[in-house]
Design a protein around this ligand. Structure first.
Ligand code: NAD
Length: 493
């Protein structure tokens, strides 16, 4: 299977690429206008098709926030420059960003976070970090359930291909942009199977890139180090939730979330956006800083093979920042020369086209950059064997009574291995101090340890439970894969 930040198959006429643009809500239209004005002045060869997204679409009762017809336009252009939108308050609305990322298979979210010291105030003058966030899975599947009166659940899914795509992308990105180190953050000391897989895939892929240093940190201490000494990091790859949180932290400590752009890269599609929101209180006042979206557009220009235009725009922007021409959000009377509005800032960047920064580091991009191609390794599927079932019961009361009852129900194919409550063993040999809620996970394994059981035997067990007025609220089959346990043990098991 091939995955690419693809610029080959984009529709083009005489080198002109058609892109899809959404103006969004709040400050969106102003910063989009500014961005397009600058890149067109720099000579971007693009044709624009617009789609409507966000508040106005939600208000029509479309819970995804995007018109169904917009997908056809996106499918045609495969490049999407998107302004921020306002997510309506209250339930019933799906996050448009998550929908677009997942529907279009945008597996890597790339967020460069660098400081522009001394022109933008920061405690970290030498920060230059690129966060590569997994973008499609983890806790973002939106698979949530209320299972009992007291318990709610959100499913965390980490897949081997999903991990491999984003981790390979991080290493390929490091190689392409001459970066020296890729760091991985996970919490695999706790989530040994899910985060453990991400870490394992990272280690497997790292050895294929001997020229790039690799390291892994548990996310809590890693995050602390990132906030304290970001200059020690280069490219950081992580699962979705940690990446969501830490890329905002990284952008903010670099100077301002208002300055960071991001690229969402998929096999055939890519979406580019600022990382900030629609800032509704600043809308329509010629105040907003268009830099985040402009830098996202720079990433887009590189992606569509117009690296020379990207370089011109980026260097003009750096020169403008260096000259102290700043919007209100980064204006500081001790550093800045002029406080300007969105339109004036736009005109200043245009006036700097063709110039290179003198103090900040000028950027260079390959004029026609080839796409980054990600090839997944072929794997032999493992041999899977059913060895038991975890049955979740909505139940509160005397755990020893429940355990003894379940031991009888399990007989003869199964044995009750344990009962846990929120992951902690409460039977056999529970302790009175453990706090208990109405959610019992009862583990039934084959009567002969780790021998296989049949699906029919599982169904018969479930039916015996229903007859005993212990209806399961959820079951989770227990498998081994090539003889390795495919499930975690309970705490205290
Ligand atoms: P926000 O990013 O819109 O604003 C946070 C703060 O930063 C505000 O003080 C704002 O004035 C300032 N700010 C942000 N961008 C700025 C810019 N370009 N120039 C100057 N100042 C800027 O976050 P929020 O207030 O939490 O969210 C507002 C709305 O945006 C919500 O409806 C939220 O759901 C939505 N949102 C959308 C996206 C997106 O579309 N990608 C991302 C985040 C939030």
């Amino acid at each position: 299977m091939l995955y690419s930040g693809n610029n080959e198959n984009l529709n083009s006429e005489g080198g002109v690429k058609t892109i899809t643009v959404a103006y969004g809500d709040g400050i969106g239209p102003e910063i989009m206008e500014a961005t397009l004005k600058i890149i067109m002045a720099a000579g971007a060869k693009i044709k624009i098709e617009t789609i409507e997204i966000g508040e106005s679409v939600y208000k029509k009762g479309i819970s995804s926030g995007i018109e169904p017809s917009a997908w056809d336009k996106l499918r045609k252009t495969r490049v999407f420059l998107k302004a921020p939108i306002t997510t309506p308050e209250g339930g019933g609305f799906k996050s448009l960003n998550v929908t677009v990322r997942k529907t279009l298979g945008l597996f890597a979210n790339v967020r460069p976070c660098l400081s522009y010291y001394p022109f933008v105030d920061t405690k970290h003058p030498n920060m230059d970090v690129v966060i590569v966030r997994e973008n499609e899975e983890d806790l973002y599947g939106g698979i949530e359930h209320r299972q009992t009166d007291e318990v709610y659940q959100c499913l965390k899914l980490i897949t081997r291909p999903g991990s491999e795509k984003v981790i390979r992308y991080a290493f390929e990105y490091a190689k392409r942009y001459n970066r020296k180190k890729v760091t991985c953050f996970t919490k695999d000391n706790i989530m040994k199977m899910t985060d453990g897989l991400f870490h394992k895939v990272f280690d497997e892929i790292a050895v294929e890139y001997p020229d790039i240093e690799s390291e892994h940190w548990i996310v809590d201490i890693g995050a602390a180090k990132l906030a304290d000494t970001p200059e020690n990091f280069d490219v950081i790859v992580m699962p979705n939730l940690y990446g969501d949180i830490l890329s905002d932290v990284a952008a903010q400590i670099a100077g301002s979330v208002g300055l960071a752009g991001s690229a969402n890269i998929g096999s055939d599609f890519a979406m580019f956006e600022a990382i900030h929101g629609s800032a509704p209180r600043r809308a329509g006042q010629n105040l907003a800083n268009p830099s985040g979206l402009l830098l996202a557009a720079v990433q887009m220009l590189v992606h569509i093979g117009q690296g020379n235009v990207a370089e011109n725009v980026h260097n003009a922007w750096l020169s403008t920042i260096e000259e102290g021409i700043h919007t209100y959000d980064i204006y500081d009377s001790s550093i800045s020369k002029e406080k300007v509005g969105t339109r004036e800032f736009t005109d200043a960047v245009i006036a700097h086209l063709g110039k290179k920064p003198e103090k900040l580091k000028a950027v260079t991009y390959p004029p026609k950059g080839d796409p980054i191609i990600i090839k997944l390794k072929d794997r032999k599927p493992s041999v899977k064997k059913l060895v038991g079932v975890d049955v979740f019961l909505d139940w509160k009361g005397d755990v020893d009574n429940l355990g003894k009852n379940l031991e009888k129900i399990a007989y003869p194919e199964f044995q009750l291995a344990m009962i846990t409550n929120r992951g902690t063993k409460v039977y056999p040999n529970g302790v009175p101090e453990t706090f208990i809620v109405d959610h019992m996970r009862c583990r039934f394994q084959s009567a002969e340890n780790n021998n296989s059981v049949t699906n029919q035997q599982v169904i018969s067990l479930l039916s015996r439970l229903v007859s005993a007025e212990l209806p399961p609220i959820k079951t989770e089959n227990l498998y081994t894969f090539d003889g390795q346990l495919g499930f975690s043990l309970g705490q205290g098991q």
